[in-house]
Design a protein around this ligand. Sequence first.
Ligand code: ATP
Length: 287
Amino acid sequence: MQVFEKAPAKINLTLDVLSKRPDGYHEVEMIMTTVDLADRLGFTELDEDKIEIISDSKYVPNDKRNLAYRAAALFKKTYQIKKGIRITIDKYIPVSAGLAGGSSDAAATLRALNQLWSLNIPASELADIGVQIGSDVAFCVYNSTAVVRGRGEIITELSAPPACWVVLAKPSIGVSTPTVFQDLNLADIKHPNTELMISSIEADDYQLMTQHLGNVLEQVTFAHHQEVAQIKDRLKNSGADAVLMSGSGPTVYGLTRHQSRAKRMYNSLRGFCQEVFIVRMLGYDKT
Ligand code: ATP
C-alpha cells in the first residue's frame, strides 16, 4: 500500500510577537498562507515495525532527526500502529529558509498516515500531534490560510488571500531562529496591523493586503545579515507591490499581480541569489 502527499511551503503575511511567556516561548500572532512550491512525499507500508527515510537532499537528515520521521514515530505511538513505514522525500523547498519545509513534511506525514491506515482522525487532532513536533506543524496540517496564535497551536482559518504571483528569493546564508528571537527587543518593535490584514483577506482586497505585510523579525535578521535587506530593496525596486521576509528569514518575497512583472523581478534577483522562484499564492490545499 502506498500514498503520496504534497507538502507546500508557507510564507508569513504578518509575523508579530506579543510577549515572552513564563515558559520561555514567545506569544506570537501571525498570518500564514501556502505557496505553490512543494516537497513531494511517498509513503509505503512495511511489515516490519520501523521507519525509513529516503531523501536525495544533502541538507536533510535521513534518520530520526528528520521531522517527517518524528511525525511518523509520534503518530505510530499515539495510535499504537505496529506496521512500519518507508517515507520518500523529494525536496523542492529550500532548507532552513523560513518557509517551514521541514514542518510541512511533518504535517504531510500526519495527513498521509491518517489516510494510509484509514483512521479518519480530524485535522484538529493531527494539529495537536503536530505542535509537539514544531511550532509551525499545526498550521501546516491545515495547508490553508490562517491566523496562528499562542506558540503556534491556536489556528483560526481564513479564506484564501487575493490571487497573485510570489517571487521568492533565498540567499545562501543560514539564519538561526532561536538567536533571532533572543535578539528581539520587545520594547522596540513596530507591530503589524493583523486585524487589517485579516480584513484585506476576507474582502479579497489585494491593494490593502500589500499595504499591511509586516514581520517584526525583519530588523533583527537584517542587523545580522545586511544582504537580506539588500535583497528586499532589490525586489522592491524591480517592481514588487510589497516585499517581506518570511519567518526568521533569510527568504524574502515580493508580490505582484502581473506575470510579466514577476519575471522582471525574477531576472533582477537571479544574479544575486542562489535560489529564486516564481510561484502562485495558494492559500488552500489544491492537491
Ligand atoms: P521554519 O520556517 O519552520 O523555521 P525553516 O524553513 O527555517 O523552518 P526547515 O527547512 O524546516 O527550516 O529546516 C530546519 C532544520 O530542520 C534544518 O536544520 C534541517 O536539517 C532540519 N530538518 C529535519 N527534517 C527536515 C525535513 N524533512 N526537511 C527540511 N529540513 C529538515
